[in-house]
Design a protein around this ligand. Structure first.
Ligand SMILES: *[C@@H]1O[C@H](CO)[C@@H](O)[C@H](O)[C@H]1NC(C)=O
Length: 403
C-alpha cells in the first residue's frame, strides 16, 4: 500500500491499518504519533496528566521504527516526568510539543527529585513543536535559600537533558522555572536553536541554560532573559559553540563557577559569537572559586562580535569567586586559565571598570588576547583592572590596557 493511503486510513481511524506502532495499538493516530490525549490526558490545565504522558512515552519508546510522541494544543498539569531511554528498537525519537506543560505548584509532588521534566539516555532525540515548559516558579522562589546558605535544598530544575547522544531541540520555550530553566548534562552532539527563556530579573537561580560534562554542543538563535546566568558553561565541557543569542536581563554568559569540587573536568574549546547582551549584571564572565580543592583547566575560549548594552562588568575574569557573605578559604584558585580571546567587543558598560581581569595568584592567566574592544561608560571611556595577568592587546582598546 502506498504510504499516503496508509496515512489517510490512519487519520480516518480505520482500525485494520497498522499506523506505525505496535499492532495492539489502535490508539496511535496523527501519522503514527503516540498522542498523549489518546492515553487519557485532559489538557485542561487542572487535571494531573502525568500518568497519560508516561503511558504514551512507554509505548513510543517501546515501539519499532521511528518513535513519535505528540503533545497537542492544550495546557497539561504534569510532573515530575521522566522520559527515559534507551528506546531499543527506535532509531530516532521525535517529541512534538505543541501545548503548554505546567509544573505542579505543590512542592511535595517532587519528593527528593531535583528535576521537573527529565529526558535521559536516548540516542537521536528531537524535541520541536513551539510548545512551552511553564515551571510556575513564582510561589517557589521565596523558598530558595541558596543565595545565602551553602547547605540549602535545591529547588527542581525545569528541564534536564541527561546522557543523550545526537539531540536536536528547536523552537521550545521555558517560562518561570523554579530553579534552572534548562540543564544539559553528560550529552554528546546536542543542537539547540530558537529557544526562548523567560523569567523575571529578580527570580533567584533561574539560570537559562546550564552545561556540564558535555561534548559538542551548539546553542544558537535564542533569546534568554532571566534572573541568573543566561548560559553557564560549567566543568567538563568541550567543543561548545554559542551564537546569535540575545541575553538580558540576567547575569550574562558565564564560564563557571569552576573549581568548587575535586576531580572536575576541564573546559576545553568554547566559542561565543555574534551575541548581544543587554541590561545584565555581567557580560562575559569566567569565574573560579577561591580556594578550589583540586586542579583543573579552562582553555581555548573565544568571545567574538559581542554587543554590550548597559552591561555591568562587560568582560570579567574573577578567580576569587565567592557568592556568599562569608567564604572560609581565601587561598588562590587552582583553576588554570589559558588561551582566551576577546575580539570585537563593543557597547556600553554600566560599571566604570568595564574590563576586569583578576586571575589567581597561584596560577596567573596565560595567553589572554584582547582585540578591538570599545566599551564606554557614561559617554566616556571606561577603565580596566588587571591582577596576575599579562594580556596581549591589538586594534582599538577602549578602555586603555592595564599599565
Ligand atoms: C579550540 O576550540 C575550537 C572550538 O571552539 C576547536 O574547533 C579547536 O579544535 C580547538 N583548538 C584546539 C587547539 O584544541
Amino acid at each position: 500500500m502506498e504510504i499516503k493511503v496508509v496515512l489517510l486510513l490512519c487519520l480516518l481511524g480505520i482500525q485494520a491499518v497498522e499506523c506505525g506502532s505496535s499492532s495492539s495499538s489502535s490508539l496511535s493516530s496523527n501519522y503514527g504519533f503516540f498522542n498523549v490525549k489518546d492515553y487519557g490526558a485532559k489538557g485542561d490545565g487542572k487535571t494531573d496528566d502525568t500518568k497519560a504522558f508516561m503511558d504514551a512515552w512507554k509505548e513510543a519508546c517501546g515501539s519499532r521504527g521511528p518513535g513519535r510522541l505528540l503533545i497537542p494544543w492544550g495546557a497539561y498539569l504534569v510532573g515530575p516526568l521522566e522520559f527515559r531511554g534507551p528506546c531499543k528498537n527506535v532509531p530516532t525519537m521525535h517529541i512534538q510539543l505543541i501545548g503548554i506543560l505546567k509544573a505542579p505548584r505543590d512542592m511535595s509532588k517532587f519528593g527528593s527529585l531535583d528535576t521537573w521534566v527529565l529526558f535521559g539516555w536516548v540516542d537521536g532525540l528531537t524535541l520541536t513543536g513551539g510548545g512551552t515548559f511553564d515551571g510556575q516558579g513564582s510561589s517557589a522562589w521565596p523558598l530558595n535559600k541558596c543565595t545565602t546558605n551553602t547547605k540549602c535544598k535545591l529547588l527542581p530544575t525545569s528541564v534536564k537533558f541527561a546522557s543523550l547522544t545526537n539531540t536536536v531541540v528547536r523552537g521550545i520555550s521555558s517560562l518561570n522555572s523554579k530553579f534552572f530553566h534548562i540543564a544539559i548534562l553528560d550529552c554528546k552532539h546536542f543542537k539547540a536553536s530558537s529557544i526562548k527563556i523567560t523569567a523575571p530579573e529578580d527570580s533567584p537561580n533561574t539560570d537559562g541554560i546550564h552545561l556540564e560534562g558535555n561534548t559538542d554542543i551548539t546553542i544558537s538563535q535564542s533569546t534568554i532573559g532571566t534572573g541568573d546566568d543566561c548560559i553557564s558553561v560549567g566543568p567538563g565541557n568541550s567543543l561548545v559553540s554559542i551564537d546569535n543569542v540575545k541575553c538580558g536581563p540576567g547575569h550574562g554568559i558565564s564560564v563557571g563557577s569552576l573549581g568548587k569540587y575535586v576531580d572536575e573536568g576541564d573546559v576545553d574549546g568554547l566559542s561565543v559569537r555574534d551575541c548581544s547582551i543587554s541590561n545584565t549584571m555581567n557580560g562575559l564572565r569566567i569565574k573560579t572559586w577561591a580556594g578550589s580543592p583540586g586542579e583543573s583547566r579552562a582553555r581555548n575560549m573565544t568571545f567574538q562580535n559581542i554587543i554590550m548594552n548597559n552591561v555591568g562588568n562587560p568582560i570579567i575574569i574573577d578567580q576569587s569567586y565567592c557568592p556568599y557573605s562569608f567564604c572560609p578559604d581565601k587561598a588562590p584558585s587552582q583553576v588554570k586559565l589559558s588561551d582566551i580571546t576577546f575580539k570585537n567587543i563593543r557597547g556600553t558598560s554600566k560599571t566604570e571598570v568595564a574590563v576586569k581581569l583578576e586571575c589567581s595568584k597561584g596560577h596567573p592567566c596565560k595567553e589572554i588576547i584582547l582585540q578591538d574592544v570599545h566599551l564606554e561608560y557614561n559617554g566616556g571611556p571606561a577603565k580596566a583592572s588587571c591582577v596576575n595577568v599579562k594580556a596581549t592587546y591589538s586594534g582599538t582598546q577602549i578602555p586603555p590596557p592595564c599599565s
